[in-house]
Design a binder for this molecule. Structure first.
Ligand code: ADP
Ligand code: ZN
Ligand code: ZN
Length: 743
């Protein structure tokens, strides 16, 4: 009897989640080859070292460069079909090369956590309840002594097509009651595959507003280019109706059977955003963000992969979501730095999305009121289409920006007289004030009056932040926490005092200044719990007059129609930063926060408190606006050969030992520099601004070049060198391509 092999190749190349920049070869045992057709993207169990690991097949191969005797057979096949499509596999391979990151880690990053752990790529099953014939015949009065059973039966009777476990819990029905009803023969249960699609409520779809001329022009442009690779920058002032434009384009693409990926910044994903999509589209929408459970994320992933979900709204990691009919990628607030992963696999979701769209031949829409300098440069150089919206939509007006000179003035809790007077008037008009201070906690420093001791982190070279509410000292760099102390550990004095102000302190002080006004604080501390943000926004909408105080979280995408006054407490923060991106970030933050004012019918006013009212940057931003500011900033970047005109890579080494990291990078520079192309420039090694973080001493080398090719060559050499040299040491290294941090 002849045997037919379903897998012809004798070897597979497998990606494993290990920090090695290589694939691993395994043999395909005949027993598996006879029964299964192995394909790239399927998961396999393989022996690795003394244990076994889950890996992903990247390729099938007829030969291996290793001695065939030494190649081990794979243990078992995990999937019936690939969990990584060919399209995503190609994207992962590109990303591993571009970011010089281990391919196994990239591929595992692209998968939902449960799939990394070996869960089957299947929807979870869920019980559905149905009435039996007896259950249908039973009148509810017969159960009047068992109200929970009565409620449950009533609900199932009202759902002739079955009631899901999920729906039952939403309706607050007792599961124990269902069990009794089942025992009585009134209900039967049936496990069904979980699929949100089955339970969709029909939403009333809202009649969209009539587009203004600018919106119309942008929409038409995007529709013209909807069937090809095309990157458009939708550069529109806050409240200019950017969202409305992409909703319009999405509408058409959904009619045409396409799926759309909408990317939002990590904390910008508000219930408000989702609501807006749900109201507009009567179609399946899935979310993908870090506040969901692993199971919820897998279900969302499956709905997208099956093509059921037409709209996928997600944060950074959604760049890797499978979507067989993907027709458009929207990146909202494209300038937001949360699109860049700051540790491990340091990819930029925007850049990855553009690469993905190019491979799929579909358009990308980048939206922002304050485009990144990178995207603006691409628009100026005509690689991206530049669609501008310079009017606010509807009847809203652009807010007026005014500088408040703090020099020589008496301040009350950090507020100028003018700011306090404006707040009072605003509240009297029953409108809302937004106070912006980009520093959470009560105070950034705790100090001893007697001896000058300062509370510092044991693991990092930074001071601890005082959190009075939580009664803690907290390191904002490594997350270390300890109880707030009231006696100096050096001199035992009780004269400890705080220096500087954070949002928590401003909140306390404002509540004494404005006694009867609701004061709502929005920062990472006040929004930690799952639905806290939703509750806060609801409160904001409930009140007429209120003071909102918050950090940059407040700057992101929120629509507070009754906010008419914005106070930027410290416009100078970031003005003299050592980071060459400091100005760009400051301008983006100020413009975004200012954009929260007067978004509805009432006009908005913005006060910037500054000790440098004549500083060219602040003047330019107030009088000429972000675009002008950015174009000036770009000219300066160009003259200094900085990104985006030069491309940059930062290599970081970290060690528990002070010298080791510096020595390693010096040795690397000595060994490799002679081999680098002439136009690759190196700086370093130098120590990080915060030298020690989480107990690790950090050294850096920065390299830059006008062209990507020589830079990548050099990076490749460094990555090989470091991988070899750190095998024996306990030094960790990281490569950051297109870094956004200066470290
Ligand atoms: P952006 O995304 O630029 O901040 P939005 O799309 O959120 O702006 O629009 C701001 C507000 O204006 C929203 O409440 C939106 O419904 C409304 N809006 C948008 N376009 C129009 C229009 N053409 N006419 C009237 N209102 C509009
Ligand atoms: Zn002391
Ligand atoms: Zn720390």
């Amino acid at each position: 009897m002849s045997e037919v092999l379903l897998t012809l190749s004798p070897y597979i190349k497998v990606a494993l989640p290990v920090p090695m920049r290589t694939l691993f070869d395994y043999k395909v045992p005949k027993a598996i080859a006879l029964r299964h057709e192995l394909k790239p993207g399927m998961r396999v169990k393989v022996p690795f070292g003394k244990s076994s690991r889950l890996g992903v097949i990247v390729a099938l191969s007829d030969h291996s460069e290793w001695d065939p005797e030494q190649i081990k057979p794979l243990t078992s096949l995990h999937d019936k079909s690939p969990v990584i499509s060919a399209e995503l596999m190609a994207l992962c391979e590109w990303a591993a090369r571009y970011y010089h990151h281990p391919i196994g880690d990239v591929i595992f990053h692209a998968l939902p956590v449960l799939l990394r752990k070996g869960e089957n790529a299947e929807f979870r099953t869920e019980n559905w309840w149905f009435t039996t014939e007896k259950g249908r015949a039973t009148s509810l009065e017969q159960l009047s002594r068992a109200p929970r059973q009565q409620d449950f039966l009533k609900a199932v009777q009202q759902h002739p097509n079955g009631l899901s476990q999920h729906a039952a819990s939403v309706l607050d029905l007792a599961p124990s009651a269902a069990k009794v009803l089942e025992e009585k023969g009134l209900l039967r249960k049936e496990p069904r595959s979980f699929n949100k699609g089955g339970e969709k409520h029909a939403h009333q779809t809202q009649v969209p507003p009539t587009l203004n001329v600018e919106q119309m022009r942008a929409t038409e442009h995007l529709l013209d280019y909807r069937n090809q690779f095309h990157v458009a920058l939708l550069d529109g002032v806050t409240g200019s109706g950017k969202t409305e434009v992409f909703l319009r384009v999405m509408e058409r693409l959904i009619e045409e059977g396409k799926q759309i990926l909408v990317m939002v910044p990590e904390i910008g994903l508000t219930p408000q955003t989702l609501k807006r999509f749900e109201i507009r589209f009567n179609t399946d929408i899935v979310l993908m963000h870090s506040n969901m459970s692993d199971r919820e994320r897998l279900d969302a992933w499956l709905l997208a992969a099956s093509g059921h979900a037409k709209i996928i709204i997600g944060t950074r990691s959604a760049a890797f979501i499978p979507a067989p009919n993907l027709g458009l990628i929207v990146i909202d607030e494209e300038h937001d730095t949360s699109y860049k992963q700051h540790e491990g696999f340091r990819y930029h979701a925007r850049d990855l999305a553009i690469k993905r769209a190019q491979a799929l031949d579909i358009p990308v829409l980048l939206a922002s009121a304050t485009p990144s300098y990178e995207s603006l440069t691409n628009a100026l150089q005509k690689r991206f289409a530049w669609l501008k919206l310079r009017q606010r939509a509807g009847n809203a007006h652009i807010p007026v920006m005014e500088r408040v000179d703090l020099r020589g003035k008496t301040l009350v809790h950090g507020f100028s007289e003018q700011a306090l007077a404006s707040m009072k008037l605003c509240l009297e008009r029953k409108e809302q004030v937004l106070v912006f201070l980009n520093r959470r906690g009560y105070a950034p420093t705790l100090m001893c009056h007697q001896c000058g001791w300062i509370a510092a982190c044991d693991h990092c070279d930074v001071n601890l932040t005082v959190h009075k509410r939580a009664n803690k000292l907290h390191c904002h760099h490594c997350d270390a926490q300890k109880a707030l102390i009231h006696t100096c550990p050096e001199c035992q004095s009780e004269a400890l005092f705080t220096v500087g102000e954070g949002t928590e302190q401003i909140e306390t002080q404002l509540s004494t200044l404005f006694k009867d006004t609701p004061i709502l604080r929005i920062d990472r501390d006040s929004t930690q719990r799952k639905s806290a943000m939703a509750k806060l926004t609801q409160k904001i909408h409930e009140h007429d007059q209120a003071i909102l105080i918050g950090t940059q979280m407040l700057a992101k995408g929120h629509h507070f129609p009754n906010v008419t006054l914005v106070i930027i407490m410290d416009a100078d923060a970031g003005l003299f930063s050592s980071d060459f991106r400091g100005m760009e970030r400051t301008a983006q933050l100020i413009t975004q926060v200012a954009g929260r004012a007067g978004r509805a019918k009432k006009p908005g006013h913005v006060l910037l408190q500054t000790y440098h009212p004549d500083h060219a940057a602040i003047e330019c931003l107030c009088n000429l606006g972000y675009e002008h500011f950015a174009i000036d900033g770009l000219a300066e970047r160009k003259s200094l050969s900085l990104p985006p005109f030069y491309h940059q890579v930062i290599v970081r080494a970290e060690s528990g030992n002070e010298q080791e990291a510096m020595q390693l990078l010096s040795a690397m520079r000595n060994d490799l520099e002679p081999f680098f192309a002439k136009d690759v420039y190196l700086v370093g090694p130098y120590t990080a601004i915060i030298v020690r973080k989480a107990g690790q001493h950090r050294a850096l080398i920065s390299i830059k070049a006008a062209q990507r090719a020589p830079l990548h060559q050099a990076t490749q050499m460094m990555s090989n060198w470091l991988e070899q040299s750190t095998k024996q040491h306990r030094i960790r290294f990281a490569i950051d391509v297109d870094p956004l941090e200066t470290y």
